[in-house]
Design a protein around this ligand. Structure first.
Ligand SMILES: Nc1nc2c(ncn2[C@@H]2O[C@H](COP(=O)(O)OP(=O)(O)OP(=O)(O)O)[C@@H](O)[C@H]2O)c(=O)[nH]1
Ligand SMILES: [Mg+2]
Length: 260
């Protein structure tokens, strides 16, 4: 007697592998990675007029502006970062945009407040920067980099006064508390609450380049600001909780010279 062959079980066809949806942070980081050097100029009137949103990084010399731009764009030497304060001496523009289509610009500005700079140069630079912040037409957002170990300096306060009318007209404003890896948890919490009071309604985030604190969070904010209509409405990762998880328990010794 021959056994009736068992019918083979029907195996349902495998569904095509679904492409995992990118998180807002990943989209923002991909966009920032497209950054390319666009141009450099000693003063506002040498810059090309642009009609895409521009996001400027400002702050005290040595605060970490250039490092922040390099970290966000995932490029080691796009902006000049250096242990020597005063490394950035021109207004440097970097274009952003997928498929070579520029849709925004990042600006790295020289820092202020470095004691070794001659007085005349300081005054000249403060005028160049104030002129840029007040008159640059496509300026959409300002990122004020602040080392929380020094807090906001008098010059930071002057800058806040200069931009206040534009912030009231809708200019976006973010205070980035840099070098968060140097802070204890308690210091980070304190720095955040003080900066929130000083930022007058602007955003505040902790940031560390080596520990990657706040990187995707800041990236997402910039992406949203540069793409207000089609932008992903980012569910902002709770900055305090996420960032503090990475904050050191004890501060390390300082390894870079400080501007006076
Ligand atoms: N520990 C630590 N050091 C940092 C961080 N960001 C920047 N630095 C260091 O701070 C120093 C100054 O960084 P820059 O990015 O050149 O600062 P800047 O604000 O562009 O300075 P200027 O161009 O002079 O205005 C360098 O030694 C950096 O390595 C950070 O998140 N953590
Ligand atoms: Mg710099």
């Amino acid at each position: 007697m021959t056994a009736t062959p068992k019918p083979k079980p029907q195996v349902p066809p495998k569904p095509a592998a679904a492409t995992p949806e990118k998180s807002p942070g990943a989209i923002a980081m991909g966009w920032l990675h497209t950054a390319k050097f666009l141009t450099t100029a000693p003063q506002l009137h040498f810059l090309p007029a642009l009609d895409v949103p521009e996001i400027a990084f400002v702050g005290r010399s040595n605060a970490g502006k250039s490092t922040c731009i390099n970290t966000l764009t995932q490029q080691k030497q796009l902006a000049f970062a250096s242990k020597r304060p005063g490394r950035t001496q021109h207004i440097n523009l970097f274009s952003l945009g997928k498929q070579g289509v520029m849709d925004a610009v990042l600006t790295d500005l020289p820092g202020y407040g470095y004691a070794a700079v001659p007085k005349q140069d300081k005054i000249r630079w403060q005028q160049v920067m104030a002129n840029y912040l007040v008159s640059r037409e496509n300026l959409k957002a300002i990122v004020l980099m602040c080392d929380p170990r020094h807090g906001m300096t008098e010059l930071d306060e002057v800058l806040l006064d200069v931009i206040r009318p534009r912030v009231q007209e809708g200019l976006k404003f973010l205070v980035v508390l840099t070098k968060a890896d140097k802070l204890t948890r308690a210091e980070a919490t304190k720095a955040l609450s003080i900066a929130k009071l000083q930022a007058g309604g602007g955003e505040v985030r902790l940031f560390s380049a080596p520990k990657r604190i706040g990187v995707e969070d800041v990236a997402t904010l910039l992406w949203d600001w540069a793409h207000p209509k089609g932008g992903v409405i980012a569910p902002m990762a709770a900055p305090l909780a996420a960032s503090q998880a990475d904050v050191a328990d004890e501060p390390e010794s300082l390894d870079e010279p400080d501007a006076a």
